[in-house]
Design a protein around this ligand. Structure first.
Ligand code: SAM
Length: 241
């Protein structure tokens, strides 16, 4: 049953320590330690008191291939896969739990939850909270009548822009030429996004993962298929289009 999952009314209602228990406990311990040092008059450096929040999301994460790669590349960043299929999200949850058991100290920053990302993202995240959003090989919905179901569309791009911090990146890739073109056209036409240059993509560890890290990407590569990558930056202010 697709509707069979809890959705928080607002982001503050969600207890993220269920997703990132060790990561957040360690952060709390460090905060406490710094506070004690300050109280004891020891010269501690300036401390940030903001609780760590999810910064990266992998929308329609499938079996989680991208997430587990990103997790070790960005060990200090909290990241979340969002997947609508119950069994698939359960698989990813178990995959991450197994990796955490096998490699203590690693993968504590990655988690997954089951949800409909086309409906509920603002229930999970606050304005400007995210710095990277990934859309790898989204469902093409070929028929014109179903284009409104595409996860990249003008209306949803406005929502993604709301959740992304200015300067944050939105990554897309597809092996379907028509969908690649569609995503590019929608992003190109949106006043809150601008295309990231090839030079910047070269220097970005995450951009290099798009084609081959996820299960769908690996399947496409095995079959020798071409891919269409479009990565855009969230602007601080709307540009003229
Ligand atoms: N990104 C993964 C990869 O590259 O291997 C999976 C790609 S698969 C073609 C698309 C995934 O998006 C599926 O796992 C599907 O269940 C998920 N999905 C589709 N609509 C969704 C929605 N509204 N919210 C969350 N996930 C969704």
């Amino acid at each position: 049953n697709v509707a069979d999952f809890d959705v928080p009314t607002r982001p503050d209602d969600l207890d993220w320590s269920e997703h990132f228990p060790e990561f957040l406990q360690e952060w709390r311990d460090r905060q406490q330690q710094q506070q004690q040092q300050q109280e004891a008059g020891a010269a501690a450096g300036p401390s940030s008191s903001e609780t760590p929040a999810v910064r990266f999301v992998d929308i329609g994460c499938g079996f989680g291939g991208l997430l587990v790669k990103l997790s070790t590349i960005y060990p200090d960043t909290l990241m979340l896969g969002m997947e609508i299929r119950d069994k698939v999200s359960a698989y990813v949850r178990e995959r991450i739990a197994a990796l955490r058991r096998e490699q203590p100290g690693s993968y504590r920053n990655a988690s997954v939850l089951r949800t409909n990302a086309m409906k509920y993202l603002p229930n999970y995240f606050k304005k400007g909270q995210l710095t990277k959003m990934f859309f790898l090989f989204p469902d093409p919905h070929f028929k014109a009548a179903n284009h409104r179901r595409r996860i990249i569309n003008t209306h949803l791009l406005t929502e993604y822009a709301h959740l992304l911090a200015p300067g944050g990146w939105l990554y897309t890739i597809s092996d379907v030429p028509e969908l690649g073109e569609w995503m590019k056209a929608k992003l190109e036409a949106h006043p809150l996004f601008e295309r990231v240059s090839e030079e910047e993509l070269e220097a970005d560890p995450a951009a290099g993962l798009l084609a081959l890290s996820s299960e769908e990407g690996q399947k496409v590569a095995r079959n020798g298929g071409a891919t269409y990558r479009n990565v855009y930056r969230r602007l601080a202010a709307p540009r003229k289009v």
